[in-house]
Design a protein around this ligand. Structure first.
Ligand SMILES: O=C(O)c1ccccc1NCC(=O)[C@H](O)[C@H](O)COP(=O)(O)O
Length: 197
């Protein structure tokens, strides 16, 4: 079954629909962004989310101290990097039992040891579609992101068979997460999985 990550959760009012629709992962953006959250905000949201939903800290640079706090306080169960990371850093994160997602693009060759390579647009969180014909994960587990929504995620799954589909702006209205769009997105993923059985 294709897993789902809903990224850029920044308020408690989205928690109800997340706990009803049960995406596999929720992303907290700690990078500069309109979706950026503080450690305290993320902590409050994590506390309200059902334990089966794993939370992923999203970073554009390696923030060792922040990650340590987030792990110690059990605010995240995984990390997502839109940047290069060293083998030592990967090993340290693995020792903390964290899931690791890493961007795969022309400038960042992801590490073999990370759990998922992530194919995303040049500007993460912008809703720009990735060229699906350019994706080559070389057999590594991967995530497709960038411009997905309830209308196109089924086609992405049927064409690419990703392990995870990731969405942020495709489930927003006026810059806010929208319960209806989240429910529609997750329904589309389930329908595509049924069709491809
Ligand atoms: O979403 C952001 O604002 C963001 C900012 C900086 C780094 C990463 C960011 N998001 C990462 C994600 O996982 C998004 O879900 C992914 O880029 C897809 O976004 P969208 O095209 O809007 O669905």
């Amino acid at each position: 079954m294709t897993k789902v990550k809903i990224c850029g959760i920044k308020d408690l009012k989205t928690v109800t629909i997340l706990n009803q629709t049960l995406p596999d992962y929720v992303g907290f953006v700690f990078a500069k962004s309109s979706r950026q959250v503080s450690i305290e905000q993320a902590k409050k949201i994590r506390k309200q989310l059902l334990p089966c939903i794993k939370t992923i800290g999203v970073f554009t640079e390696f923030k060792k101290q922040t990650i340590e706090i987030l792990v110690e306080q059990k605010i995240i169960q995984g990390v997502q990097f839109h940047t290069k990371i060293s083998t030592v850093e990967v090993d340290n994160l693995k020792n903390k039992d964290l899931l690791i997602f890493q961007i795969a693009n022309k400038t960042t060759k992801p590490a073999k040891e990370v759990d998922y390579w992530m194919f995303d647009s040049k500007v993460p969180g912008s809703g720009q579609l990735v060229d699906w014909n350019q994706i080559d994960a070389k057999g590594h587990p991967f995530i497709i992101a960038g411009g997905l929504n309830a209308n196109n995620v089924g086609a992405a799954i049927s064409k690419l068979h990703p392990g995870i589909v990731d969405v942020s702006s495709g489930v927003e209205k006026n810059g806010q997460k929208d319960a209806n769009e989240i429910a529609k997105f997750i329904r589309s993923v389930k329908n595509a999985d049924e069709k491809n059985k």
